[in-house]
Write a protein that binds this ligand. Structure first.
Ligand SMILES: NC(=O)c1ccc[n+]([C@@H]2O[C@H](COP(=O)([O-])OP(=O)(O)OC[C@H]3O[C@@H](n4cnc5c(N)ncnc54)[C@H](OP(=O)(O)O)[C@@H]3O)[C@@H](O)[C@H]2O)c1
Length: 292
């Protein structure tokens, strides 16, 4: 493995840089943690449940990686504060954060309870906000930082029966786009990662809203069509390491882009969204996801 030793304007190499990744127990967070550590970042892989960290610890031990696992639940103010403070106590700096922790709440809007919607935002949207707020003052002091937010192609286009999830990702896009203007003068870059469908644990970890699971839901048939439309896309989806590679490229670039779409489906659907009318795009989505 070749280490990348990019020097930034302040002459700090990756070997001295500190990265914090949320949701590292599986999928994109796991692969990103390992890849950053392999490339010399002192990486804090955070998980909400330490019992799920053995695989990470094994890889780090086997390959002698500069990777430490700490507990951090993004939906808790205290857990984020404690996790970030423990990293700052040891290093006095955090150069890269990857706000990756997330899941999808699935079900027709009418089948979602307010508690389920709030929980979805607590993790996917407020979770990222908590971490950014905890780290930003230090990044500003050091005039250096990369804040990576795991959005999705679903932060710019919406599929049926997933309104709360898209709400969180559209919100993260708006927050990130606005935030970049304020922090750029302090040497901090905001990076939005927009994967299409990725073959991770994401689809096993989906939370089906409890009303959506009832056979008498008026949306049951639509839900079945959506599942059929998705299973085809999932078969050909790329693995999470492809997202990790893009994140590494973005955080080691002196001039990263604001947005990085990933995968053929993301590229094609984002292009269709740009070039089609809303009505044309809506027909395309209905054909893909609701016509089986
Ligand atoms: N896979 C896709 O198709 C896809 C596409 C676009 C965007 N994304 C985004 O990519 C990110 C990572 O997803 P993935 O595909 O890697 O899915 P994944 O394999 O299910 O990983 C999700 C991670 O988030 C963690 N997590 C959930 N809630 C948390 C909380 N409150 N605090 C801390 N960690 C929490 C999970 O921990 P536990 O193991 O404890 O549950 C897990 O480590 C998500 O933000 C997702 O929205 C995924």
């Amino acid at each position: 493995m070749v280490l990348i030793h990019n020097k930034d304007r302040r002459g700090i190499s990756n070997l001295e840089k500190v990265a914090l990744v949320t949701g590292s127990s599986s999928g994109i967070g796991f692969e990103t943690s390992v890849l950053l550590a392999r490339n010399g970042f002192h990486t804090y892989s955070t998980v909400r449940n330490l019992e799920k960290s053995q695989a990470l610890i094994n890889v780090a031990k086997k390959d002698g990686l500069p990777l430490q696992v700490i507990e951090l639940d993004v939906s808790s103010d205290k857990s984020v504060r404690d996790g970030v403070n423990s990293v700052l106590d040891e290093n006095k700096r955090i150069d890269v954060i990857v706000n990756n922790a997330g899941y999808a709440l699935v079900g027709a809007f009418e089948d979602l309870s307010m508690d389920e919607i709030k929980a979805q935002f607590e993790t996917n949207f407020f979770g990222a906000i908590r971490v950014i707020q905890a780290v930003l003052p230090t990044m500003r002091d050091h005039k250096n930082g990369r804040i990576v937010n795991l959005s999705s192609m679903g932060g710019r286009i919406a599929i049926p029966l997933d309104s709360a999830y898209h709400g969180t990702k559209f919100a993260l896009e708006g927050l990130s786009e606005s935030l970049q203007y304020g922090v750029e003068p302090f040497g901090i870059k905001i990076i939005l990662i927009e994967p299409g469908t990725i073959k991770s644990n994401f689809f096993n970890n989906l939370k089906m809203a409890s009303k959506a699971q009832r056979p008498d839901s008026p949306y049951t048939q639509m839900m079945q069509k959506l599942n059929a439309g998705f299973s085809f896309i999932l078969e050909n989806a790329p693995p999470p390491v492809e997202v990790a590679r893009v994140i590494l490229k973005a955080v080691t670039s002196e001039h990263p882009e604001l947005r990085y779409p990933i995968g053929d489906d993301a590229t094609a659907l984002l292009k269709a969204k740009r070039t089609m009318s809303d009505a044309e795009f809506g027909n395309l989505m209905k054909k893909q996801f609701l016509s089986q």
